[in-house]
Design a protein around this ligand. Structure first.
Ligand code: FAD
Length: 153
């Protein structure tokens, strides 16, 4: 099996799209991520997976906190911006929740403090204990076979 086959197989798993946000020394950093899952109800835990080359990795290690912002279908450009798929720099205005910057108009803002972290291969898995949540109605942005999709209900 080659890397392409592995990537293609993983791409067969349809996901939503999130932007992870954190703040360090007053500076906000965001990164698009679809490696997100719910882990436990008691305590309330979620998981994200961050690549070793992502700037986000050290920012979360140092801040000890992060927010998961679940994007709506209207937020494709937001995903592209925080994945480096749009080159131009843009000024983004963030909301605040539980002392963290969060993405406005997301379907959910989920604030977390780092509960545990595990280095596995070339990624670090952060387990987050959920400290606050805000929810909004709307349709989700989806990602499948390497492309953004909208869910047709
Ligand atoms: P950078 O590449 O520096 O930042 C990302 C972009 O966000 C840059 O364009 C930067 O200008 C912009 N940005 C950051 N902060 C701000 C701010 N405050 N205001 C305005 N713009 C800002 N990688 C993973 O490790 N795990 C995943 O689960 C994952 N899932 C992905 C899912 C999808 C659908 C896509 C498209 C990509 C995914 N990636 C994932 C890849 C990841 O999003 C990119 O590699 C990203 O560029 C890494 O970000 P970085 O932390 O290195 O920072």
């Amino acid at each position: 099996m080659d890397d392409r086959t592995f990537r293609n197989a993983m791409g067969k798993f349809a996901t939503g799209v999130t932007v992870i946000t954190t703040e360090l020394d007053g500076e906000v950093h965001g990164m698009t991520a679809n490696a997100f899952m719910s882990v436990s109800l008691n305590p309330r835990l979620v998981l994200i997976s961050i690549g070793e080359r992502a700037k986000m990795l050290n920012k979360i290690k140092e801040s000890g906190t992060f927010a998961v912002n679940i994007l709506s279908e209207e937020q494709r450009e937001v995903s592209m911006l925080f994945a480096g798929q749009i080159q131009e720099k843009r000024e983004i205005e963030f909301d605040r929740l539980a002392e963290l910057p969060v993405i406005k108009d997301s379907l959910a803002n989920i604030c977390c403090k780092v509960y545990r972290q595990h280095v596995e291969g070339d990624h670090t898995l952060f387990i987050g204990e959920v400290t606050d949540i805000v929810l909004r109605d709307g349709a989700p942005l989806a990602f499948y076979e390497g492309k953004y999709r909208e869910i047709v209900g």
